[in-house]
Every structure is written in C-alpha cells, then in structure tokens.
Design a binder for this molecule. Structure first.
Ligand SMILES: *[C@@H]1O[C@H](CO)[C@@H](O)[C@H](O)[C@H]1NC(C)=O
Ligand SMILES: *[C@@H]1O[C@H](CO)[C@@H](O)[C@H](O)[C@H]1NC(C)=O
Ligand SMILES: *[C@@H]1O[C@H](CO)[C@@H](O)[C@H](O)[C@H]1NC(C)=O
Length: 235
C-alpha cells in the first residue's frame, strides 16, 4: 500500500518536472524567435521614418517622425502598378518599394516590389542580403529559381510559374526570373525586411569600384584574361 502511494508521488513529481521543462522550451522558442528576427521589432505602434541624412549619425534603421505629425499618407503608396520600360539589355524592369521610398515601413520588417519582364527578359542573378523574398506571378509565364549554397551542394531549385503561383527565395540565396512566355510577365514581390538590399552578381564582381585585378578574376573564374577584360568593360 505504502509503495503504491510512493509511486504515485513519484509520478506526480515527474509530471510536475515535465511541465517545468515544457514551460522553459516554450519560453526559449519565443525568446529565440525574437533573437533571430532579421529586422528589429518595433517598440511603438509605428515609427514613420524621417529624412535624417543631414544629422551625420547613423542608427540601425531610421529615426522616427514625431507621432503627432504622422498622417494617413505616411502609410499609403500609390500607383505601384505603373507600366515599366523593359526596353533595356535585360528585358526587365522593377520598382523596389523599400524604406527609402516608403517611410511608413520603418521598423516593420516588410517591403515590396513590382516588376515586369519582356518575352525572354531576365532579372539578372542577384540576392538580397537582408530579406527573404516571395514572388507572386500576376500575368504571363515565368521560370524562377534559386541556387543553394555549397553546404547544400549548390542545388538549383526552380519552377515555372503561372498567374497566381508563388515562389520563395530564402534570404541570401542567388536567384533570377526568366520570361519563357510570349507576353509580358508581371510580378508582385514581398520581402521580409524594410531594407532587403540588392546584390547583383555580375555588377558586383565585374563592376566593382575600383575594379578587381583581372588576373584575380581570371584565376577565380578559370577564364581567359581577354574574357575578363571584356566583362569588366560591359559592367
Ligand atoms: C524602368 O521603367 C521606368 C518607367 O518607364 C523608366 O523610367 C526606367 O528608365 C526604366 N529602367 C530601366 C533600367 O530600363
Ligand atoms: C550533398 O552531396 C553529398 C555527396 O554526394 C551527400 O552525401 C549529401 O547528402 C548531399 N547533401 C544534400 C543536402 O543534398
Ligand atoms: C510563343 O510563340 C512561338 C512562336 O510563335 C510559339 O511556337 C509558342 O508556342 C508560343 N508560346 C506560347 C507559350 O504561347
């Protein structure tokens, strides 16, 4: 009899312990979701950015406008879907709406873009250093893809999108879109940062300022120096 009571006590003790552990796991999970967020979380309802370029100091984000001076227009962006001129070497054009164009996004961790691809147009290989991207195809037929890092064997993940389809480019992964249709392809894009940034691979490598020594590039890409000189002249 005594032994049974004792074993019940032990069972209760174990349940209590399990509850404590679950509690800490939940707390840790919540804490880490804050600690690993890419853009800092807001500490007020809103912090509409002000143009602070003349202050000569830099903060991780932008200063807030006086909340008393905030108006509805700070949260409003008009005419995103304007016709873009895709008559350029890539057959592609995009309107990025990051924090510099939309002050109401400050501290909120999102931004967007609207892009158009002419038939056979391509968004040159690039990545966003600070934000994951979600692309939504509105019109046309678009091949999209990203290439995973060395750790994941440089796997190429790709898909042909039709209107209404969505694809994700995880933060920092090199990606592109290519219009395989005969009509303009139109995309709406969302980013998980107010300022995801854009690093275009060819512009960065062959258009750096000052230029990288062509011998270094020739060695790195295992290309003839003439080809490198040509690429340096193009970008
Ligand atoms: C993109 O389209 C806009 C609006 O037509 C135009 O002003 C701009 O020059 C175009 N950019 C490129 C790179 O073609
Ligand atoms: C990468 O390739 C290696 C060697 O074939 C394999 O063992 C590993 O599982 C692959 N990793 C991924 C993420 O595909
Ligand atoms: C695009 O046009 C080509 C040539 O006219 C045609 O062969 C092809 O089927 C068309 N593709 C689509 C997706 O309409």
């Amino acid at each position: 009899m005594e032994a049974v009571v004792e074993s019940e006590g032990v069972t209760q003790y174990i349940y209590f312990f399990q509850k404590i552990i679950y509690f800490f796991v939940v707390i840790l999970a919540l804490a880490s979701s804050f600690a690993f967020g890419y853009d800092p979380s807001p500490l007020q309802d809103y912090c509409v950015a002000i143009n602070d370029t003349e202050l000569g100091v830099f903060v991780n984000g932008n200063f807030c406008k006086d909340p008393k001076e905030v108006t509805s227009n700070d949260f409003f962006f008009s005419n995103l879907f304007t016709l873009l001129d895709t008559n350029n070497q890539f057959g592609f054009n995009i309107t990025f709406v990051f924090i510099d164009k939309f002050p109401g996004l400050n501290t909120l961790g999102i931004s967007l873009a609207y892009g158009q691809f002419a038939p056979r147009g391509v968004s040159p290989l690039h990545f966003h250093p600070r934000g994951t991207e979600m692309v939504i195809l509105l019109e046309g037929t678009l091949l999209v893809g990203f290439i995973a890092s060395d750790q994941n064997n440089n796997t190429f993940f790709y898909k042909i999108l039709y209107p209404g389809d969505v694809f994700i480019f995880p933060i920092g992964q090199i990606h592109f879109g290519y219009n395989i249709g005969n009509t303009t392809a139109v995309v709406l894009v969302a980013y998980g940062s107010q300022n995801p940034g854009v690093t275009a691979i060819s512009n960065t490598i062959f258009g750096s300022n000052p230029p990288i020594n062509p011998y270094i590039l020739a060695k790195a890409f295992q290309l003839d120096i003439d080809v490198i000189e040509y690429l340096l002249s193009v970008f």
